[in-house]
Design a protein around this ligand. Structure first.
Ligand code: PMP
Length: 360
């Protein structure tokens, strides 16, 4: 068996130590004579594991008591609709959205089906190369919330700051959750698909302030109602038990690593190394994003000559560095370096880029 360095944007690399634990427990979990996938979500062992996962996430992110943590399905994309349905109250109402990349564009398109959307800033014309400063934003007076995508996975654009807001901030943290310390109390809702920094696809985390729950319309799907999910401890119907269990293992692993602060330091080092190498490559490799808006999680880079892309991908793959192909809208390469990517993996990538440059 050989494990590669996996730079996939998501589903993404998981910590090997976690996968080994899961492997060891695959046939028999918790003395139950069955795998975790084969037991009831209402049984005591699973209920305990589920509650422990929530507690560990609360500890890691220091989530205040007046926030619910929901373990739901449907991916971050489902939250693009669930957010306006839960937060607007009297639809259509209106909401503010920052348009800083591909995913905020999708969130805006879905929100428009339910509410009036005011776009406070829009960098689509430049191809998403920076986060505009808050004093350039046009906020509306009557927004129910302000929606941000703190890390845009495709363009590799990340907020290094949080705007002051008089209305609740809603953040799609799919590709940045648990990668750096944040103050949860500054947000109304945080949501994230699991398949980057949390666990397998199929699980979505929603962290929502209590006072924002309870305004859901009667005629919308019940499972999108934060109240329904909160009242049932996210078990109104069968939850994605395996993904929840595995997320719990990742949370425990993160605690062992020293928590989010320790991961943030590693992530800063990984990203700084990679960007420094790209910037010092005399234009052989370039990253198109303004330095103050560069993502620590997703690092796109373009080769000076795109006729070399196929060779780069073929040879990097052969060298055990996988999933480096950039998103088609950006082109070139993208290295996603989430929590489970080691410094060794980033060093191996830089070594390869160096050798490739020398040879071509
Ligand atoms: N938001 C962001 C920032 C993402 O990166 C993604 C997926 N890559 C999504 C939303 C969509 O997530 P899902 O596939 O879980 O619906």
């Amino acid at each position: 068996m050989s494990r590669i360095f996996n730079f996939s944007a998501g589903p993404a690399a998981l910590p090997e130590a976690v996968l080994r634990q899961v492997q060891a427990e695959m046939l028999e979990w918790d003395g139950s004579g069955a795998s975790v996938m084969e037991v009831s979500h209402r049984g005591k062992p699973f209920m305990q594991a589920a509650a422990q996962a929530e507690q560990d996430l609360r500890d890691l992110m220091q989530i205040p008591d007046n926030y619910k943590v929901l373990f739901v399905q449907g991916g971050a994309t489902t939250q693009f609709s669930a957010v306006p349905l839960n937060l607007i109250g009297d639809l259509p109402g209106q909401a503010d959205y920052a348009h800083t990349g591909h995913w905020s564009k999708k969130a805006i398109a879905d929100a428009k089906r339910f509410t009036k959307v005011n776009v406070v800033c829009d960098t689509s014309d430049e191809g998403y190369k920076h986060v505009p400063a808050a004093n350039e934003w046009t906020l509306s007076d009557e927004a129910a919330y302000l929606h941000l995508t703190p890390n845009e996975t495709i363009a590799g654009v990340e907020f290094a700051w949080l705007p002051d807001s008089t209305v609740p901030i809603v953040a799609d943290m799919s590709s940045t959750i648990l990668s750096r310390e944040i103050d949860v109390s500054k947000y109304g809702v945080i949501y994230a698909g699991a398949q980057k920094n949390i666990g397998p696809a199929g699980l979505t985390i929603v962290i929502v302030r209590d006072d924002l729950i309870g305004n859901f319309p009667d005629n919308a799907p019940r499972l999108l109602d934060y109240q329904v999910m909160a009242d049932s401890d996210s078990m109104n119907n069968t939850p994605p038990t395996f993904a929840w269990y595995l997320a719990g293992k990742v949370f425990a692993w993160l605690k062992e690593q020293g928590g989010v602060g320790a991961m943030e330091e590693l992530n800063r080092i990984k990203a700084e190394k990679l960007y420094a190498y790209i910037d010092d490559s005399d234009g052989y490799y370039t990253n198109p994003v303004q330095p103050n808006s560069r993502s620590r999680m997703n690092v796109p880079f373009i080769l000076h000559d795109n006729s070399l892309d196929a060779l780069f991908l073929e040879q990097s793959h052969a060298a055990g560095l996988h999933a480096l192909k950039g998103h088609r809208s950006v082109g070139g390469m993208r290295a996603s370096i989430y929590n489970a990517m080691s410094i060794d993996g980033v060093d191996a990538l830089i070594d390869f880029m160096h050798q490739f440059k020398a040879a071509n």
